[in-house]
Design a binder for this molecule. Structure first.
Ligand code: NAP
Length: 341
C-alpha cells in the first residue's frame, strides 16, 4: 500500500467534485489498487487556501466551501499566497490543476504544471489551455522527471479519449468531427423547448457545466480549444485555438430555431478537423442537421466525437449527461493510471 500526497490547485465545481469522488472511492482505491491518499494542500484564488504536510480533512474543506467560509480556517499556519510557492511547499506526489482556462496562452496554469513536474509530481489537469499551449513542452518535461502529465478531462470529461489512443499505436487519424461543447448543445436544445437565450445560459451555469465566463462556450472558443487539443495530441500537430475557423451560436435566433424545427431539422455547433494534403484545417460553426444525421439525436448535455482513421474507419464516443462528476472521474482515472504506470 502506498500513500500519495495530493495537492488540489483550484477548488471550484471540478475541484470539489473530485474531492467528493475521492472520498466516495477511498476504500475501493485501497482495496483494489493499494492506493491511499492524503490531501496536503487545497487552494483557491479568493476562498482561501490550506496547507498541512500531515494531511487536511477533505470533508471539512468541502463543508467550509459550502458554508461560504474561507479554507484558511483549515490551515494550521498561513499557506503561501503565491501558488508556485504553495506547490513547492505542498510536498505532494500528485497535483490536480483545476483553475480557470486561459484560451490565449494557457497561463498561469502552464507554469503551475511546470513547477509540479520539476518537483517530480504527477500533474493532472482538466484545463484545456495547458494542452493547446504547452503540450510538447510539458510532455517532455514529465518524461525527463519520470512522471506523467495527464489531461483526460480536458475533452469530453471522463470519456477515455486520450487514454484509449495511448493503446492504439500507428493509427493515422484523418478527421475528427462532432459536438464537443455541452453548454451550447444544451442551450440550443432549451431554445428549441422555448427558453430565451438568457434563460438557457443561466440554466447551464446553474447545473455547473458552463465555464465561469459563458462567452467562451457561446462564441465557440471552448469547442475550438478542444478540437485544437485533439489535433495537437492525437494528430501530433501543434494547433492553437486561433487556428480554428470559429463561429459561435450568438447569431442563432428563436425564429431560426422555430423554422428549423418546422422543417424537421436542428442547429448544432459542429467541430471538424480534417487533412488537406500535409495541412490540417479545423472549423467550429453552427450547422443545420437533418434527422438522418447522427448529430440530430445528440441533445442537451450529450456530446459526441467521431474519429476517422486509416485502420479503424469511423470510431465514435458518445457521452450522456456529463457534469463536474464525470470531469472528476477523468481526473481520478488519470491519477490511478499515472501512479500505476
Ligand atoms: N465545469 C466543468 O464541467 C468542466 C469540464 C471540463 C473541464 N473543465 C475545466 O476545469 C477547470 C476548472 O473548472 P471549474 O468549473 O471548476 O471552474 P471554477 O468553478 O471557476 O473553479 C476554479 C477554481 O480555481 C480557483 N483559482 C483561480 N485562480 C487560481 C489560482 N491562481 N490559484 C489557485 N486557485 C485558483 C478558483 O478560486 P476562486 O473561486 O476563489 O476564484 C476556483 O476554486 C477549468 O480549466 C475548466 O475549463 C471544467
Amino acid at each position: 500500500m502506498k500513500t500519495f500526497k495530493l495537492l488540489l490547485l483550484g477548488f471550484g465545481n471540478v475541484g470539489q467534485a473530485l474531492a467528493r469522488l475521492l472520498l466516495e472511492k477511498r476504500s475501493e482505491l485501497e482495496q483494489r489498487y493499494s492506493i491511499r491518499f492524503l490531501v496536503t494542500a487545497v487552494a483557491t484564488r479568493t476562498h482561501g487556501r490550506a496547507l498541512n504536510p500531515d494531511g487536511l480533512d477533505l470533508e471539512k474543506a468541502l463543508a467550509i466551501m459550502e458554508s461560504g467560509h474561507s479554507l484558511d480556517e483549515l490551515s494550521p499556519s498561513a499557506a503561501p499566497l503565491d501558488s508556485l510557492e504553495l506547490i513547492r511547499a505542498s510536498g505532494a506526489d500528485v497535483m490536480f490543476e483545476n483553475t480557470p482556462v486561459n484560451y490565449n496562452d494557457g497561463q498561469p496554469a502552464i507554469s503551475y504544471i511546470e513547477t509540479a513536474l520539476k518537483n517530480n509530481m504527477q500533474a493532472i489537469t482538466a484545463n484545456k489551455g495547458t494542452v493547446v499551449h504547452g503540450y510538447s513542452y510539458l510532455q517532455a518535461l514529465a518524461a525527463e522527471h519520470g512522471v506523467k502529465f495527464f489531461f483526460e478531462s480536458t475533452v469530453m470529461d471522463g470519456v477515455p479519449i486520450f487514454s484509449s489512443f495511448r493503446q492504439l499505436p500507428v493509427m493515422g487519424l484523418t478527421s475528427i468531427w462532432g459536438i464537443l461543447n455541452a453548454t451550447t448543445n444544451l442551450v440550443l436544445s432549451r431554445l428549441e423547448a422555448g427558453d430565451s437565450f438568457d434563460e438557457a445560459v443561466r440554466y447551464s451555469q446553474e447545473i455547473g457545466i458552463a465555464e465561469t465566463d459563458p462567452s467562451g462556450d457561446i462564441d465557440g472558443w471552448d469547442a475550438a480549444v478542444k478540437v485544437a487539443a485533439l489535433i495537437t495530441v492525437l494528430m501530433d500537430h501543434p494547433f492553437t485555438p486561433d487556428m480554428v475557423e470559429r463561429t459561435g451560436i450568438r447569431s442563432i435566433t428563436p425564429e431560426m430555431i422555430a423554422k428549423a424545427k418546422a422543417e424537421g431539422k436542428r442547429y448544432k455547433l459542429v467541430a471538424h478537423a480534417w487533412k488537406e494534403g500535409e495541412k490540417i484545417k479545423a472549423r467550429v460553426s453552427p450547422e443545420l442537421v437533418s434527422s438522418n444525421s447522427i448529430l440530430y439525436n445528440i441533445n442537451g448535455t450529450t456530446t459526441i466525437v467521431q474519429f476517422e482513421s486509416d485502420v479503424l474507419g469511423k470510431l465514435s464516443f458518445i457521452e450522456e449527461d456529463l457534469g463536474p462528476r464525470t470531469t472528476a472521474y477523468g481526473l481520478l482515472a488519470d491519477f490511478v493510471n499515472a501512479v500505476r504506470e
